[in-house]
Design a protein around this ligand. Structure first.
Ligand code: ADP
Length: 754
């Protein structure tokens, strides 16, 4: 279908698409238009990765705004993707559309978004906007759910599911467009959403899947391609070299940020050998640009790899970093990207070959490695092949032995993607959403609640409703017992506490734990930071650290030593929850160390965790302590200030005296400590500080010093002609984390960068 034949879209779209080289719709896109996606029809599009789903969404949203008025909402599964999508849609601002993105905290109604034409947000954010009564949600004429197959995700799926059900209930005329990777039961999703279905396996370029084993690439069509691994190489290096010999680039998927960084460091030796002097010059310039983005180890590591033709990519990179890497890869300057699966989800970086190096990943809920789903692996594989450039794309897994070769073929190459299944009936999900549904006024009785759940995918997929009824009754009883809901003459209502918990976006069970813990304090008692950290670490909203061998004794001792500080009734060693109590204590001690300015490398060592894990814990603790503060206020418990201090410390990773200083943008924990040691103790002092002292305290980095002073509001932040105060500089030869080399590319970045 020619793009000129698409009905109901704004006139400018034609030339806009042509500028991007899009003349005709891809067949699944044409099918979507034929099904009425530009005339307000709801649609489920189950289409392979990289086959143009975004354009389907764009056509739906623009036609909705153009022809029917109102707003369009684009729901993304990950925060990192929100900014990618916003940038994509911001191109439409040139034509007078207003695009907004809503991330940020969960406690607002996003009032400023009213009047936007297109809003991009995560499902958690939309859910919280519903709970905070955002009035503009009723103005929606079109909602797009990206990666809707994630309703299957135990953790986030129920939120997406309930959000879609709620939006459709708020606005029965809403057009729902759900985009999915190829799945086994797209039909079921379409029935649930009363939508038409485009279920296609069409790809703009042929994809050949296979497994590398021994000296050959075994392809799904039975072909074997010789691809020997030399003595100095591992499998990824051999495949990257082979691809380079054919003039192509490779995308390598690994299972963690750290692995992405180390793999890029290693593969750089392979890419480096194939660079022309001209490319080397261009890469050197790119590396300089990368170093300019930020003053961190990650930035340096990335630049060091890029200089040699390889890069890593994960959600912990600065957005500018990601963009530089993606563009350079598309321009074929960077030959390899080692990435975490976030790249497979959203970013358009096709490669001649894709290697899925790790097909297992660490899963915190089971405490071990679990295999990726077929769906995930196929999504990564789908990034292989650049339309118009390659004759076809190849995507390979790596086998170590003959058995594994067979296993990988069975498990992934020949396998069909799994059907997606609702996870809503799991108790934690139901507990949370039952409270939210009553608190937001969507249900006033048990009957209403059940009727609401009828509109979910869960109901669509389950013939037997007895289970849902039983779980709902259990959950309601729990919510009533804990004071979140009350039974009224007509049915059910949320209490003040229940409303607060729902708005805070807390699992009610977390709230109950926190409330009990705080209430256990004696009148006038002051909780310690460790006590508070332990309290929030015990809630289901926090992933605790696991106990390793030896930990049990260590933390049992600690629990005795610091028993006074721990809130609530401690379990005996024979109770089932004892182990959980200790895991929470271990996690709490990590937070206490972090807030005691222990170095990150040291923490990683002491607790056997990566920097990303530390960040995950501190973020969660910050949020939960914020919630605890609101609960304390709601119930008049009078411990708000102590909680606030503990929260600020964990947020910045500093002792109490640095809290304010570390809040200045660009300062962070280490710089705050150095400034403090140089006699600059508050933001006010920084504002009026002697620039040579600041420069010396910031290790003679004028750009950093300038930014920091600017953020602090210094009247004249310029560092031109400023010399660092000599007596404050580190001894010559002393090493410092911001200046050291990282010879094998495995260095860890400051926590602030993840
Ligand atoms: P998906 O979201 O399905 O993974 P994208 O929407 O990112 O895929 O599309 C992949 C690429 O294909 C993008 O670069 C996009 O510009 C391009 N594309 C989409 N539709 C067309 C089309 N009809 N003709 C040419 N290129 C297209």
């Amino acid at each position: 279908m020619d793009i000129a034949d698409v009905p109901e879209v704004p006139d400018w779209l034609l030339s806009h698409l042509r500028e991007q080289g899009i003349e005709a719709l891809y067949p699944p896109q044409a099918e979507a238009v034929e099904q009425g996606v530009t005339r307000g029809e709801s649609l489920v599009a189950s289409i392979p990765t990289a086959s143009g789903k975004t354009l389907v969404a764009t056509l739906a949203m623009l036609s909705a705004v153009e022809s029917r008025g109102g707003m369009a909402l684009y729901i993304v599964p990950l925060r990192a993707l929100a900014s990618e999508k916003r940038e994509e849609f911001e191109e439409f601002e040139a034509y007078g559309l207003d695009v907004g993105v809503s991330t940020g905290n969960y406690e607002s109604d996003g009032g400023w978004l009213a009047g936007k034409d297109i809003v991009v947000a995560t499902s958690e954010k939309v859910d919280s906007l519903v709970r905070n009564d955002a009035p503009w949600l009723e103005e929606l004429s079109c909602v797009v759910a990206d990666e809707v197959h994630l309703v299957d995700d135990a953790e986030r799926g129920p939120t997406l599911e309930v959000t879609l059900a709620t939006l459709r209930r708020l606005n029965p005329a809403l057009q729902t467009v759900a985009l999915s990777a190829t799945i086994g039961n797209a039909e079921e999703l379409a029935t649930w959403l009363d939508a038409a279905l485009v279920d296609s396996t069409w790809r703009p370029i042929e994809l050949r899947k296979g497994v590398h084993y021994g000296d050959a690439l075994h392809l799904e069509n039975g072909d074997q391609q010789r691809l020997p691994v030399r003595r100095s190489e591992d499998q990824p290096a051999a495949i990257v070299r082979d691809t380079l010999e054919e003039g192509g680039s490779t995308l390598v998927f690994v299972n963690s940020r750290r692995n992405a960084e180390s793999a890029a460091g290693r593969l750089a030796s392979t890419t480096e050998a194939a660079l022309t002097p001209e490319t080397e010059t261009e890469l050197a310039a790119l590396a300089a640009e990368i170093r300019d983005v930020s003053d961190t180890d990650t930035s340096d590591d990335l630049a060091a790899a890029v200089e040699r033709g390889a890069a890593f990519h994960h959600a912990g990179l600065a957005r500018e970093h990601r963009q530089l890497v993606e563009t350079a890869f598309r321009d074929r300057l960077v030959k390899v990207i080692c990435a975490t699966p976030t790249l497979a989800a959203g970013v358009n970086t096709p490669a001649r070959r894709v290697i899925v190096r790790d097909w297992r990943r660490y899963d915190g809920t089971v405490g071990g490695m679990t295999p990726l789903s077929v769906l995930e692996v196929h999504q990564m594989m789908g990034r292989a092949g650049r339309p118009g450039r390659d004759p076809y794309g190849e995507a390979v897994l790596l086998a170590n032995g003959h058995d594994e070769l067979d296993e990988l073929f069975e498990r992934y190459v020949w396998a069909e993607p799994e059907p997606v299944a609702s996870k809503l009936a799991a108790e934690p999900a139901l507990r949370t959403h039952a409270l939210a549904t009553v608190a937001s006024g969507f249900a006033r009785s048990r009957g209403d609640l059940l009727a609401f759940f009828e509109e979910t995918l869960y109901a669509e997929q389950t013939a037997d409703r007895a289970h849902l009824r039983t779980v709902t009754d259990d959950v309601v009883a729990y919510l009533v017992t804990n004071g979140f809901l009350e039974r009224t003459e007509t049915g059910l209502a949320a209490t003040g506490l229940g409303h607060t918990v729902s708005r805070l976006y807390l699992d009610p069970m977390s709230a109950a734990e926190v409330v009990d813990g705080l209430r256990s304090l004696e009148e006038g008692g002051e909780p310690t930071a460790l006590g508070l950290y332990h309290l929030v670490c015990r809630t289901p909203d926090m992933y605790e650290l696991y106990l390793r061998s030896g930990d049990e004794e260590e933390y049992t001792m600690l629990a005795h030593e610091r028993a006074e500080e721990l809130l609530g009734r401690a379990p005996s060693e024979f109770e089932e929850r004892f182990e959980d109590w200790l895991s929470a204590l271990k996690t709490a001690r990590l937070l206490e160390d972090w807030a005691g300015e222990v170095d990150e490398d040291e923490l990683a060592d002491r607790y056997q965790v990566g920097p990303g894990d530390i960040r995950g814990k501190t973020d969660a603790a910050e949020w939960l302590l914020g919630a605890a503060e609101s609960l304390s206020a709601e119930l008049d418990l009078g411990v708000g200030p102590a909680i606030r201090r503990a929260r600020q410390r964990v947020a910045a990773g500093v002792r109490a005296e640095l809290v304010e200083l570390a809040e200045v943008r660009g300062v962070g924990r280490k710089r705050a400590r150095r400034l403090f040691d140089a006699g600059i103790e508050t933001p006010a002092q920084l504002r009026g500080a002697d620039k040579s002292v600041v420069l010396a305290a910031l290790r003679d980095r004028p750009n950093t010093a300038e930014t920091v002073l600017e953020n602090a509001g210094h009247p004249d932040p310029s560092m031109t002609d400023v010399e660092p105060a000599a007596d404050l500089l580190p001894e010559p030869g002393a090493t410092d984390e911001s200046g050291t080399d990282d010879p094998d590319g495995r260095g860890q970045a400051n926590l602030e960068d993840f």
